[in-house]
Design a protein around this ligand. Structure first.
Ligand code: 3PG
Length: 313
């Protein structure tokens, strides 16, 4: 009897590990495609506030249709759910726009190298704002993360302050988003699991972001920019925009399905490892010039994240 229970438990653990593994691999692959098309779009059409809005709109529409056609079960929500979602949506909106503005100014690889410093932000926010304390090895692991990011930033050939600050603001905003999201998802009924939680988040962020996008960029600039992009790329340009928007939703949806099952710490480690594939793929595809010292900074920062995950265990 004991033997059978043990085998069943082991099988459940293995199945759970396999599920998380599949989620992670899907998340990373979808994210690489998003990043490539997002940058292609921004190169031809430099309106990050609009493209960020379109990403949220595509996701909201896809989920709305899925609920209406019962492909996905709509969540049962109440006023308290939406109230609790508001700070998450504000953080998600700020983090998303800031990252997109960053990528419109600098190489995709640079944005993601700076974004690999997210665990350091997580520790600083938890320490100074939430009063959590950590062991000495955790604090020590921040040195290579911060030092590596700093080295990569100062040796970046195409350094741009807006690009750098956008990635830093995105780091800070996403730390809050992840902490609040995990709290929001905990204890909810299964109809507000990862997929539906992210769908509601997308919809609320879309409502928050749309007026700002109109105020910062606006329809006149968009129309002129669109004509230029279509003249340059051809009518296929629309498919680039559709691809970046749809893949933005898909990778985030899968990442939230993972967050539903794992701790915010495991999530942020998975996210940093994801950046390795994005950095490598984007350097190859966009033929980003890279100095060895610059690459060394990125390697140190990512190695620091690995040390951080070990120290946190
Ligand atoms: C965005 O546009 O929201 C960012 O590219 C997302 O960054 P992430 O890699 O942290 O999800």
């Amino acid at each position: 009897q004991i033997h059978i229970e043990f085998t069943e438990e082991a099988r459940e653990v293995a199945a759970q590990k396999l599920k998380i593994g599949v989620y992670f691999a899907t998340w990373w692959a979808l994210n690489v495609i998003f990043n490539i098309y997002n940058k292609k779009v921004l190169n031809a059409f430099p309106f990050p506030w609009l493209t960020s809005t379109l990403s949220l709109a595509a996701g909201s529409l896809m989920m709305f249709v899925s609920w209406a056609t019962k492909i996905a079960q709509p969540p049962k929500t109440d006023v308290n759910f939406w109230k609790a979602l508001l700070p998450v949506a504000v953080a998600h909106t700020i983090g998303h726009v800031a990252a997109t503005v960053s990528m419109s100014k600098v190489a995709v690889s640079f944005t993601h190298i700076i974004k690999s410093g997210e665990p350091a932000f997580s520790v600083l926010v938890s320490r100074f704002l939430l009063g959590e304390s950590f062991s000495t090895p955790v604090y020590l692991s921040l040195l290579p993360i911060i030092g590596g990011c700093a080295l990569a930033a100062v040796t970046e050939l195409n350094f741009n302050l807006t690009g750098f600050m956008g990635a830093m603001i995105s780091n800070l905003a996403f730390v809050f988003r992840n902490i609040f999201s995990k709290r929001g998802m905990k204890g909810k009924s299964s109809s507000v699991g990862g997929m539906n939680y992210y769908a509601c988040l997308s919809m609320m962020s879309l409502v928050i972001l749309t007026p700002f996008a109109i105020a910062v960029e606006g329809p006149q600039l968009w129309a002129a920019g669109w004509d230029t992009a279509v003249a340059q790329i051809g009518p296929n340009f629309i498919w680039w925009v559709v691809t970046q928007s749809v893949f933005y939703h898909l990778y985030n949806q899968v990442s939230y399905m993972s967050l539903n099952e794992i701790s915010p710490l495991t999530f942020s480690i998975g996210n940093t490892m994801k950046r390795i594939s994005v950095i490598v793929a984007s350097i190859i595809i966009f033929q980003t010039p890279l100095q060895p010292i610059n690459a060394l900074g990125a390697v140190i920062a990512i190695f620091g994240t690995f040390l951080y995950s070990q120290a946190k265990k």
